[in-house]
Design a protein around this ligand. Structure first.
Ligand SMILES: [Zn+2]
Length: 86
């Protein structure tokens, strides 16, 4: 099974919060090793979570930079074609 970026994004806050199961965690880590985009998201999301940790506001990555977000949207559109399942 190979994770798509979209899949990683859906679980990234749980991943940081350590609430994904071991198997999924392993898949995400494997994906992060070779995916620059998801690594960048993880970094920026972590920064957000550090800032909001006291309040425990895990509202998902609200804070990515606009530029990164646009890049993601583009990526997402590109990957929609080969994953029409949902
Ligand atoms: Zn990725």
């Amino acid at each position: 099974m190979k994770l798509k970026c979209k899949h990683v994004w859906e679980h990234i806050s749980e991943y940081i919060d350590n609430s994904v199961d071991a198997k999924l965690r392993e898949e995400i880590e494997r994906h992060l090793e070779h995916c620059e985009i998801c690594s960048a998201i993880l970094d920026s999301t972590r920064n957000i979570l550090v800032l909001t940790a006291d309040e425990r506001t895990f509202e998902l990555p609200v804070g990515y930079s606009k530029r990164l977000h646009e890049r993601l949207t583009k990526e997402l559109e590109g990957s929609e074609k080969d994953s029409k399942k949902e």
